[in-house]
Design a protein around this ligand. Structure first.
Ligand SMILES: NC(=O)c1ccc[n+]([C@@H]2O[C@H](COP(=O)([O-])OP(=O)(O)OC[C@H]3O[C@@H](n4cnc5c(N)ncnc54)[C@H](O)[C@@H]3O)[C@@H](O)[C@H]2O)c1
Length: 271
């Protein structure tokens, strides 16, 4: 399907992981894609992959936490591909060496660094496109949250607070922008394998997921793109979990008193 012909889509943090998969999916659907990343090399690599597949994209190497850089970067995108129709606020600090601190050891620098990218970056990019969307009475903004917004990770207080802020911002922006035909939703990824780990560790971590495995970046791309389509035209202020069932459960499968291994045997059908 090419549901995004003649539309301009901006994906932040699209040099790697989920952002890259989302950018590539929009491009396959005909969108002209602004590929933002603070890492210029990875942004260029995503653009090269999109162009190689016959799509259109431009690299926008800016830091989403820098207000001036955001304005300049998005102005360059508008000059090249026209006004932004869809914004995916995906950029986030995910490096555990930076984001993981026990609360007793976290300081203001740590807090500010995480909030600046994850939450302020989401605010700045949204501000940079929202007025134009409101004037045109169309637009879709999708924030990438985390299970940490509602269920805490140990030693990730700043990250979890930033994601909780993103979900509150999703609802607040949805209300303020609804009268102008601009929709705002959030996607909550579960345990998505966007980093290098052994098959053994992946199987162990995947064991806590009801669907039995870690997710892939590509499994986020479909739901994110869906939220920007006309099929989702009545959705705004929604927080959509794409997590293999992780947040639906009380206890992980591997420690449940009624483990999946005790479930009724249902033979698999031939077809
Ligand atoms: N992978 C998961 O399991 C998971 C789970 C929940 C939520 N998330 C969220 O999904 C999003 C993407 O995660 P991922 O796993 O693909 O991470 P990733 O680290 O692979 O990709 C994040 C990208 O954001 C970029 N980035 C970082 N700071 C930036 C800045 N200041 N400006 C512009 N770009 C910047 C990085 O360079 C990187 O390319 C993040 O918001 C993350 O919090 C991921």
């Amino acid at each position: 399907m090419r549901r995004f012909e003649n539309t301009c889509v901006l994906v932040t943090g699209a040099g790697a992981g989920i952002g890259r998969a989302v950018a590539e999916r929009f491009a396959r659907e005909g969108a002209r894609v602004g590929v933002n990343d603070v890492n210029a090399d990875t942004a260029a690599s995503t653009v090269a992959a999109i162009e190689h597949a016959g799509g259109e994209a431009v690299a926008l190497p800016f830091d989403v936490g820098d207000p001036q850089a955001v304005e300049l970067g998005i102005a360059a995108l508008v000059t090249r591909f026209g006004p932004v129709d869809v914004l995916v606020n995906n950029a986030g600090l995910t490096d555990f060496a930076i984001i993981s601190r026990h609360f007793l050891e976290g300081d203001l620098d740590w807090w500010d660094r995480v909030l600046r990218v994850n939450l302020t970056g989401t605010f700045l990019c949204s501000k940079a496109v929202a007025l134009s969307m409101a004037r045109r009475r169309r637009g879709s903004i999708i924030h990438i949250s985390s299970g940490g917004a509602s269920h805490a990770h140990r030693s990730l207080a700043a990250y979890d607070a930033s994601k909780g802020g993103i979900e509150a911002l999703t609802r607040a922006m949805a209300l303020d922008l609804a009268p102008y035909g601009v929709r705002v939703n959030a996607v909550v990824p579960g345990l998505i394998r966007t980093y290098e780990i052994s098959e053994e560790l992946a199987a162990e971590r995947g064991g806590v997921v009801p669907l039995g495995r870690l997710g892939t970046a590509d499994e986020l791309a479909g739901p994110v793109v869906f939220l920007a389509t006309d099929d989702a035209r009545y959705m705004t202020g929604s927080v959509v979990r794409v997590d293999g069932g992780v947040l639906a459960q009380q206890r992980s499968a591997n420690v449940d008193v009624v483990p999946p291994s005790s479930f009724p045997h249902v033979p698999m059908a031939d077809s």
